[in-house]
Write a protein that binds this ligand. Structure first.
Ligand code: C5P
Length: 240
C-alpha cells in the first residue's frame, strides 16, 4: 500500500454536490472516501454509486451499526450499495459482530468500533464504566479488539494513542483505523475529539489507515493539507 492509500477522508458534508466536489478535488491524495451518517441519511445509498463513478479510491460506509443482531442483519441484506464499499463499521458487541461477519461478502472489511475517540476517561466513567477500566481507555480498546478478532472482523477503529498496543497484541492480523487525527500545523475550532495524535504519530504507532477530516476540510487549501498529511504518513511508515 502507498502512503496515499492509507488516508481516509470523511465526506462529512450535507449533500451529494459537496461530497462529489471533495471527491474530485482530493482523489489524487486520498485512498478511501468515507460516507458517514450525515451524507448517507441525506442522500441514501445512491451516494455510494455517485462516488464510485468519480474515483478509483475505495469507499468506506461508516454507519456504525448498533442494534439487535437481527435488525442489523436485515439492514445489511437490504443495502445493495454494500457491493461497492470496502469497509463497514459496527459497534463492538460479540453477538452482533458475529452476525454481521456471517452476513457480508468477502469484498467488505468489517471494522469494530472500540471506544469512540471523542470519549475520555471522565466520559467513560459517566457511562458507568468501572474506574480502573475507564482511567486508561487502552484497557477497553484491547478487550474490545479481542472481541472483534474472535468474531472474525477484519479490523477495529481506535485512537492513534492505542494503535501501538493493539498492533503489539494482534499484529498484522487486525487492521487498525484511527480517527482523532490532528496535525500540529492545523487548528480545528470547537473540537470534539479527545484522544488525538498527529498523522505521523498514528502511523508510527502502527495505524494502517488514518481518518483526517476537519484538518483538511477547514484548511485554506485542502489539496495542500492532504498532501502534507500523506507526507507525514510516509515519514511515519519509514520510522516504524
Ligand atoms: O478529523 P475529523 O475529527 O473531522 O474526523 C471526523 C470523522 O471521524 C467523522 O466522520 C467521524 O465519524 C469519524 N470518527 C470515527 N470514529 C471515531 C471518531 C470519529 O469514525 N471514534
Amino acid at each position: 500500500m502507498n502512503a496515499k492509500d492509507r488516508l481516509i477522508f470523511p465526506l462529512d458534508v450535507p449533500d451529494a454536490d459537496q461530497a462529489c466536489k471533495y471527491v474530485r478535488l482530493l482523489s489524487n491524495q486520498v485512498g478511501v472516501f468515507k460516507v458517514g451518517l450525515e451524507l448517507f441519511v441525506s442522500e441514501g445509498p445512491s451516494i455510494v454509486d455517485a462516488i464510485a463513478n468519480l474515483t478509483e479510491a475505495e469507499i468506506f460506509l461508516d454507519l456504525k451499526f448498533h442494534d439487535i443482531p437481527a435488525t442489523v442483519q436485515r439492514a445489511i441484506r437490504s443495502a445493495s450499495c454494500l457491493q461497492k464499499a470496502s469497509f463497514l463499521t459496527v459497534h463492538c458487541d460479540p453477538v452482533l459482530l458475529e452476525a454481521v461477519v456471517t452476513e457480508v461478502d468477502d469484498n467488505i472489511k468489517i471494522l469494530a468500533v472500540t471506544v469512540l475517540t471523542s470519549l475520555d476517561s471522565k466520559a467513560l466513567m459517566s457511562l458507568g464504566i468501572r474506574e480502573d477500566l475507564a482511567s486508561e481507555p487502552i484497557h477497553l480498546v484491547l478487550q474490545r479488539a479481542a472481541i472483534a478478532k474472535q468474531a472474525g472482523c477484519a479490523g477495529i477503529v481506535c485512537s492513534g494513542r492505542e494503535a501501538a498496543a493493539v498492533k503489539k497484541k494482534f499484529g498484522a492480523n487486525l487492521v487498525v483505523v484511527t480517527p482523532g487525527i490532528r496535525p500540529d500545523w492545523g487548528d480545528v475550532e470547537k473540537d470534539d475529539q479527545a484522544r488525538v495524535v498527529t498523522p505521523y504519530q498514528a502511523v508510527k504507532n502502527g495505524a494502517d489507515y488514518i481518518v483526517v477530516g476537519r484538518p483538511i476540510r477547514a484548511a485554506d487549501d485542502p489539496v495542500e493539507a492532504a498532501t502534507r498529511v500523506v507526507e507525514e504518513i510516509e515519514r511515519g511508515l519509514k520510522e516504524r
